[in-house]
Write a protein that binds this ligand. Sequence first.
Ligand SMILES: [Zn+2]
Length: 247
Amino acid sequence: MLKKMGFLMTLIGCNVYSMAADQTTSWSYHGNSAPEYWGILAPEYATCNGYNQTPINITGSIDAQLPNLNIDYPSHAHTIINNGHTIQIAYTDGSSIEVDGERFALKQMHFHTPSENHIEGQSFPMELHLVHANAAGALAVIGVMFEYGQAHPQLKQLWQNMPKTKNQPKVIHTPNPIIATEFLPKKQDYYRFSGSLTTPPCSEGVRWLVMKQPLQASKDQIQQFDEVMGTHTNRPLQNLNGRMIVH
Ligand SMILES: [Zn+2]
């Protein structure tokens, strides 16, 4: 059953655990189905007009002495899919983080270009989302920014497996297993805020954990992703509406 769920999730994309009946209403980053219309495209996307939405500009954060996330990522990247909105990588079971005293299991990771969240008004060329869920299905997402610099070796291996055809999951073949820690910065200080999925149905109540320290990828690597997606893949910034950001 779990395996089946995992497969379904790789098919569906960004919206893990929100895969109800709404999968047929298509959305995009352009034209009539662009982000400004998501909230009215379908009744089940109404939350896209909500008040606790992501992405945001992370600024004015308050020191709350956030605890360590106790990141435990022993599992490896298993399948890769181009779902038409992003490139998404599913991991084998067994990796998790700790938030609010609970374990959240790593489900998948995917990319956006340019970054969705901003830090102190700054956009980054790419942002990685590591999506986790607890036993009750609540989500916690780690965001990691990429700046232009050295080529990222594991990203190179993933991109060698990148499917150009949509919705055809592929088993990843690399010389060595790719573990998710390769996609975390050395310093794991982070910002935290409450937000949403950044794609329809934009479900709220997502615990957002954005790493302060960026990773590096080459311009070429980021362009490769752009070329396969054929569009930018970032939702515009959303209003904070009184939410607090802590670090
Ligand atoms: Zn995302």
